[in-house]
Every structure is written in C-alpha cells, then in structure tokens.
Design a protein around this ligand. Structure first.
Ligand code: NAD
Ligand code: TYD
Length: 356
C-alpha cells in the first residue's frame, strides 16, 4: 500500500484519479489543491468520508506549506496535476499560468527534492514524481497522417501550452541534474463526468439544454484526439505502478474528431436522450450551432501516437468516442446539480454566456 500525494485532485482529471485510487485500490491519498475557480470538492463527495482520503487546501506556489504537507503526510509518490488549464483564459491573462504552471511546478519540485533527499533505503529508492502534461506542448499538426510521438520536438503555441512545456522541461532537468526520480506523461484532450463547464464538450451540452447558442470557433474543422477521463486515470495509475523512471509516455484515445463533429454528436445524443428538454419552437438542437470568431493562434490538429504505453505497459482505452460521449451526455443530464451549482455560485460564466 502506498501513499499518493495528488496535486490538483479537486479538478476534472485529478478528481477522476482520486476516485479511481480510493474506489479501485487500497492506497491512501492526500489531495493538495488551492481550490481555484476550477477546483471543486463536490467532485470528490463520494470519497471525502473515506479514512484513506485526506485533503489539504494549499497553493503549490507556497513552498512552506508544501514542506509541511510533505513532512506531515510522508508520500511515496507525487502525481502532479495542479495547473491552470484553459487555453482561452491563458490568452486573456497569462500571468496565472506562469505562476501556477511554471513557478508552482518549480516549488513542488524543490519541496519533493528536499523531502526525497532525506529519505533512506527502499522509501528513497521507490519514490516517484509523476508529472501530468498535455500533448499541446508539441504544437499542432497539419499533415493528416502525422502523430505526436514521445520524440516530437516541443513547439507550444498558446500561453497555456508554453507554460506546460516549461514545466515539463523543469521536471526533466530535476531528473538530470538532481537525480529526482520522475516520469512525464503527455495526454490528449479529456472528456467525461465533472468536466468544468467552460470547456467545449460540457459547454455545448449545458448551452444546448438552456437553448443557448453553441459557439464553434473559426470553421470548426480543428481536430482533437479525445480520451474518456476514466481511461486517462487508469493510464496514469498504470504508469506510476509499471512505468520506467525517467521515461515519457504519450496517452491518447485514437479518437480524432473535428470540433464540429463533436458538437453535432452531442446534438444527436441530446435529440435521443433529452428530446423533451428542447425549447419549444426549436426544430433541432443543431439549429443552435453558431460559428464565431476564431481563437487567436488556434492549433489545427492534435493526434497522439500512444503505441509506447500500449506496447510497454499494456494500457489501452476501454471507451470508444461513441460509448464515452454517450456516458458523458447522460452524466450531465443526470447530474445537473453539480454543474448548476458551479454556474450559480462561483463561476464567472457570464464571460461565456453560461450564467443562468
Ligand atoms: P482543471 O482545471 O479541471 O483542474 C486543475 C486543478 O488544479 C483544480 O482543482 C485547481 O483548483 C487546482 N489548482 C490550480 N492552481 C493551483 C495551485 N496554484 N495550487 C494548487 N492547486 C491548484 O484541470 P484538468 O483538466 O483536470 O487537468 C489536470 C492536469 O492534466 C493539468 O496539469 C493539465 O495540464 C493536464 N492535462 C489536461 C488535459 C485535459 O484535456 N483537460 C489533457 C492533458 C493533460
Ligand atoms: P477546449 O475544450 O478549450 O480544449 P483545448 O483548447 O485544450 O483543446 O477546446 C477544444 C476545441 O474546441 C478547441 O479547438 C477550441 C474549440 N472550442 C470551440 O470551438 N468552441 C468553444 O466554445 C470552446 C470552449 C472551444
């Protein structure tokens, strides 16, 4: 049994990972999260009463607080997910991304390094720092037959991806220079339950149910490679338990779709699963689609070659795009209290026309 320190555990992917660790394994978990606008303890409601779960409200930029968390909880493994993650916000205000993604990762690395240096024997030998990153560090692809491999050079486009790329470089430097045992994973776009309402898939579902327009940036032909979040959580656990220290693993779902196809898929699922929720007079959910001004610097295509993790660690996704999207739309229909509370109470959804 190990003790996992999960940063960003109250976010979308972090909470899926924590639910997996508590519900599917015997390990103990301490979540470190500052509860930014994107952090939500209600995403962890099903595990908070479990004695193997602990929560520390801490900003990863606060080195003294991190030192105290390490000394109090004595983790065997750090899984670092805390980050600012929304590309559009990074365009509006990059500083928060520089602070959390770069400076915060630096502070966490230093806290981990000092803690690890003081460990001895097997606890020192088996310690691991797993940095969770994105395929967006590779920039974008225009050739429809090309894929991102673990050796693709970094070429980030947005303030978000540039700060994630910086954090990846810091993590690898801490391995090379100080010997800190690290693993890096770079994953494609996730979707699924508890996805924050500003991202494409939840925004489309929630706006459609409210009879609001469904904004598609530019021509809608940009391609993302979608992975169901629970498949990602399982991949992360596979990597920390079976991966090789010092290695990088790409994680992806083999589900390339144009944005417009994603939005149309959601509309079709809503026609089937929620026909009664359609506004009177609306012929079809698809009638709500609106092409809007493109995102500056918009990446054209992301596509992951995930053969390394499949070959070396035996991980493959369980969900297809069709099965995962059906589960996701159903979850948002069944869990309106989760997203409605975010829209009502804490989230500046006005910016995206989401507020009730
Ligand atoms: P999210 O925005 O839903 O959650 C981020 C979490 O980090 C929140 O709980 C937030 O409160 C916390 N946080 C932010 N700043 C913090 C700080 N300074 N100190 C402590 N906690 C802080 O993000 P997500 O979509 O779950 O992504 C998690 C990680 O996975 C990120 O590192 C992201 O780059 C990476 N990733 C995301 C995707 C995706 O499609 N969402 C794909 C690949 C990789
Ligand atoms: P997003 O969910 O923000 O993830 P990322 O930018 O990390 O890929 O966006 C997914 C894609 O959908 C991206 O190409 C931008 C596009 N998009 C829209 O067309 N409309 C929207 O309202 C949003 C939020 C995104």
């Amino acid at each position: 049994m190990k003790n996992f320190l999960i940063t960003g555990g109250a976010g979308f992917i972090g909470s899926a990972l924590v639910r997996f660790l508590i519900n599917e394994t015997e390990h103990t978990v301490v979540v470190v999260d500052k509860l930014s606008y994107a952090g939500n303890l209600s995403s962890l409601a099903c595990v908070t009463e479990n004695p193997r779960f602990k929560f520390e409200r801490v900003d990863i930029c606060d080195r003294a607080a991190l030192d105290s968390v390490f000394s109090q909880h004595q983790p065997d493994c750090v899984m670092h997910l805390a980050a600012e993650t929304h590309v559009d916000r990074s365009i509006d205000g990059p500083i928060a991304f520089i602070e959390t993604n770069i400076v915060g990762t630096y502070q966490l690395l230093e806290a981990a390094r000092h803690y690890w240096n003081a460990l001895t024997g097997d606890r020192k030998k088996n310690f691991l720092f797993h940095h969770i990153s994105t395929d967006e560090v590779f920039g974008d692809l225009d050739d429809t037959s090309a894929f991102f491999t673990e050796d693709t050079p970094y070429a980030p486009s947005s303030p978000y991806s540039a700060t994630k790329a910086s954090s990846d470089h810091l993590v690898r430097a801490w391995l090379r220079t100080y010997g800190l045992p690290v693993i890096v994973t770079n994953c494609s776009n996730n979707y699924g339950p508890y996805h924050f309402p500003e991202k494409l898939i939840p925004l489309t579902i929630i706006n459609a149910l409210a009879g609001k327009s469904l904004p598609v940036y530019g021509n809608g032909q940009q391609v993302r490679d979608w992975l169901y979040v629970e498949d990602h959580a399982r991949a992360l656990y596979t990597v920390v338990t079976r991966g090789k220290t010092g290695e990088t693993y790409n994680i992806g779902g083999h589900n390339e779709r144009q944005n417009i196809e994603v939005v149309e898929t959601i509309c079709c699922l809503l026609e089937e699963l929620a026909p009664e929720r359609k506004l009177t007079g609306l012929h079809n959910y698809k009638d709500l689609i609106r092409y809007v001004t493109d995102r500056p610097g918009h990446d054209q295509r992301y596509a992951i070659d995930a053969r390394k993790i499949e070959r070396e660690l035996g991980w493959t996704p369980l969900e297809t795009f069709e099965s995962g999207m059906r589960k996701t739309v159903s979850w948002f229909l069944d869990n309106a209290t989760w997203w409605q509370a975010i829209l009502n109470d804490r989230y500046d959804g006005e910016r995206l026309g989401l507020k009730k």
